[in-house]
Design a protein. Structure first.
Length: 237
């Protein structure tokens, strides 16, 4: 019995130290902790591949894959020829909050916006530029295409929810979220027919029976009445 126990102990000592899992902190993990089969450990690619391939994270024309980490999604860079490439960077902006982006800065074709610092944090890499990157998916369907119900900004052909706001002196219509036109509810959904840039205080003259709305997202924090703002003209379905 002692010989058998000694043999098992010798076999255990010969096993590699890294077997069984790795540090959940991502690329910086030493990979020395073991994990039971039921433990939720990151995939091997998450611990061996760098999150940043070039000198700048999410630079223009960089490609990324998706990495589900701790209930969030990180976007490590990969070669654009990699079959895992999920999206490509159209532009990046060094701002602290999404509302500091103006409607004209994120391309019409952008399908999603990535918080660069938060993405790196999820991947176990800290630091880097604070800002946001606008990306387009590598394969269709594209949420930003007219009528698809996604993307960071409204486009002609998109459908949006509209509600009434009676908190002021008069009741006014307020534009809400974008929704897929195929699933839109008639009566509470409007279709965008025109985008017009005009002074904030004046607003544009919308065509026909369409209503005028000020976009509720991606606007700057300025309240200058003469500031040029992109208004939305939309018609009830």
């Amino acid at each position: 019995m002692r010989r058998r126990s000694a043999a098992l102990m010798a076999l255990f000592l010969l096993l590699p130290a890294g077997c069984g899992g790795g540090d959940e902190s991502g690329p910086r993990g030493g990979g020395t902790r073991s994990a039971t089969p039921s433990a939720r450990a990151p995939s091997p690619s998450a611990t061996t591949e760098p999150a940043v391939r070039g000198p700048v994270y999410l630079d223009r024309d960089d490609c990324v894959r998706q990495a589900k980490v701790g209930g969030g999604t990180g976007y490590p860079e990969v070669d654009c020829a990699d079959p895992r490439a999920y999206a490509k960077v159209l532009s990046r902006y060094l701002v602290e909050r999404v509302p500091q982006l103006t409607a004209s800065e994120c391309h019409d074709d952008a399908d999603l916006i990535v918080d660069m610092r938060e993405s790196l944090r999820l991947l176990g890499t800290y630091g880097g530029d604070e800002g946001y990157a606008c990306l387009r998916l590598r394969k269709p369907p594209h949420p930003s295409d007219p009528g698809r119900g996604g993307g960071p900004r409204a486009r002609v052909g998109d459908c949006v929810t509209v509600s009434e706001d009676d908190s002021g002196v008069i009741t006014r219509l307020v534009m809400g979220n974008e929704v897929p036109c195929a699933k839109a509810k008639r009566g509470s959904t409007y279709r965008v027919v025109k985008l017009v840039t005009a002074p904030r205080i004046k607003g544009p003259k919308c065509p026909g029976s369409s209503e005028q709305f000020t976009p509720t997202s991606l606007l700057g924090g300025s309240t200058d009445p003469l500031e040029q703002v992109e208004f939305v003209c939309a018609k009830k379905l």
